[in-house]
Design a protein around this ligand. Sequence first.
Ligand code: NDP
Length: 573
Amino acid sequence: MDLQALRSKYKAERDRRIRPDGATQYQRTTGEFGYYATDPYTPRTEREPLTDRVEALVIGGGFGGLLTGARLRQAGVGSIRMLDEAGDFGGTWYWNRYPGIHCDIESTVYMPLLEEVGYVPKWRYAPGEEIRQHAVAIAEHFGLYDDAVFQTRVTELRWDDEAAEWTVRTDRGDVMRARWVIVSSGTLTQPKLPGIPGIESFRGHTFHTSRWDSGYDLAGKRVGVVGTGATGIQVIPQIAGTAEHLYVFQRTPTSVDVRDNRPIDPEWAANLEPGWQQKRMDNFLAVVTGAETDQDMVGDGWTSTPALQRTFLVGTGSGLSDEELEEADAVKMDEIRARVATVVDDPATAELLKPWYRYMCKRPGFSDLYLQTFNRPDVTLVDTADVGGITRMTENEVVVGETAYPVDCVIFATGFEVGVSGVVSGTLPVYGRDGLPLLHHWAKGPRTLHGFYSHGFPNLFHLGSMQNAASVNFVHVLQEQAGHIAAVVAEAGKRGVQRVEPTAEAEESWVATIRETAPDTFTFQAECTPGYYNNEGRPRPVSHSYGPGPVVFHELLRRWRTEGGMDEVLWNA
Ligand code: NDP
């Protein structure tokens, strides 16, 4: 394999996509573009502001929040208020309801609490609606609707040391009180649009995939879909055949590997032993992160590429030299490019659909329908790479270079603003003991113990990958986080204390651990084609996750809980 030639090809393909405006090329879905982020699923209801008190308040009704709510309930916490901007539970599965939506992680390891709720998924890769309904089932099972408030955004968290409670203000005028606050507001939540010149002048119908307009009939319409990421490759085959003509505006092709979705065998499901799901989740996590295991229970496109994934997620420990890793990557990408050539009839179109970058430069995709779509006469692939994306929009056209495509409807499958919680971005101000703003405490970077909590900010927990762990199956990471937080809250109950926070020394020591172990993914990402993974071609030099990976981290947390770690926390009455 001529790696030098491949490197040059990857570099040339990257260079023609790099834009000087980097991450600022996008249009926020606020102000006159607020329509693109408006909830089309639940009509807004008015209510009186709340001024009550709950034991725990969980910000976010996705799986992170639901898992935390469930574990707090199991730990005996009385009143739990779940709060979300959406109209119901589900998080990303509430918002994303486009035709064809599925989770590309196997349902048996992705959908949490299956055994607790008594459910076995119907499909190996579950449709979004089944996952959304499972989120609702978790909420019902654990009584999480009881004090829930929806369509509400938290605008401020302020610690009241005298009462040992948080005051929680919202955009509904609420001034609620809560002993414990848990922030699980997720990543990739705010839809974004490309900053296409003239986008505001388009007079046809238009919406974002995460706010699907099911009232609009695509039949007989000329439809343009912008974006061919993980969302695009799922929705495009569903629109093809309904629309009179479908134009797919592509800037970078996704790598599209075999999907092989099929119903879950009822006989297999009937013979599952108690504890089966945790075992399967642990096995998947071990395999994809390269931990010791001699079995691969899931056996799919994720579990067959662990070394390649580690270039992005952990960065070390693949057991391969850089050159061996690059070769393995090239073999995989060659296989994916060869599949395009086999499936797509028109050689010119096939050429445009071939991904020229390393495997984890973009989120890998899986589909047995997507590439086939381009063999249809009513589907046109419009490649925009040479002109850096769509050139402009007019009242009724999408223009690429000099060519105008008249359309009735434009659907943006253009992704989301990159994932930091409002706490980190500053849109949700947090004031701790003595009114100290959290972002002052974090002025030189985040400071936490295990990613969960900070000194001076009692009883406040964060979920997410920052100074914690990450995995392609992020729900597994969230489940561990939820269990850990609930264990600390339960310990406070046992000790009869009201205030819990890490000591300054424990926090400092964890910050140092992260500094020492955080993976170096910078070099890899700097050579990648632009996208949200590498901040549009300008990767951030510092990574904030725990280098040895989630399996080691979860074991570290377990030992911390049982072998005296709890003494690193201040327990104050
Ligand atoms: P992405 O950000 O991954 O994709 C956005 C797409 O829009 C890209 O193809 C991008 O091209 C394209 N685009 C942006 N600007 C322009 C422009 N000016 N002209 C033309 N094209 C443009 O968003 P997705 O919604 O696809 O996915 C986001 C994430 O959501 C995924 O990475 C994944 O984490 C998650 N997801 C998970 C799924 C699952 O099954 N688990 C399913 C769907 C999503 P370019 O690449 O060139 O920037």
